[in-house]
Design a protein. Sequence first.
Length: 312
Amino acid sequence: MQAASPGSSPALPKLLLYLLAVMLGGALLSAPLFHLGKAAHGWLSTSSLHDAGLVKWLLSEIERAQFTRYFNRAVLVCALVFIWPFMRWVRLERALLPAWRPFSTGLKQWAVGFVLASGLLLALGFIFLKIGAYQLRPDPRWWKLGEPITAALGAGIVEEFFFRGLLLGLLLRTMKETKALLSLTFVFALVHFLKPPEGWQISDAAVTWSSGFLVLRQIAAGFGDVHFLLAEFATLFAVGWVLAKARMQTGALWAGIGLHGGWVFGLKYFSALTTYTSGWLPWIGANLKVGLMPLCTVLFTGWIATRLLRQR
């Protein structure tokens, strides 16, 4: 664990300013990106390339893309553009990452986390099926595992290195451990909560230069919905807290990558097999990360993980 350094400037305000710049930049960029996409669709559909396989796929993607998708992509572009000046501003460096552990030990920690998180989450999903909160799709693809596994590996590795690796190490420079963990967990939950509401859209004809800020207003409105706030933000906060505690307990990222990947795998796999029947909030939501029942499952998973990892 990095000791707090009195000579270092606080990193949390800089991190929050980075997030604010990313969201405002995404709001400004989303409308131009939307119009660029529509212009590209018009040009490609009349060009001699419109029958090519890659171009046909691109045209179908543009046709299906609604404004909120352009908003999400604009936010991602701004996050990538601003990350380099942010890294130089706060002095992110390799030394912030936790010490490397032997591969065999790390692989065991990863396996414990992945099996525990995915197993308990899918067990919860099975209970939801039995009580009628969800129902199986007409033709469930039980063995279609490629997308859930890819998403689990990508999110687990990338987000754990960034959040519980670099950012946690950065906060530990100037904060005591508990305050650093709480601050990082809040930022983690906030980042994952900052998305347009499910099912809410702006029609193509209604898109203007300020439409991105309308999306921001809808995101902010989510913090005024007590049921939704308890159902999703609290679960995201619990996930971040369990992952941060696993990182501090083991001194490595393996267990967190396993837990994170297991939750993503369970969420994606269950969502691909089932559909939600409405009316269960705040206990059960539209997916396995929304609701007080998933919140309790995440906390129970963390409680078991701390004991299994302590034994090892």
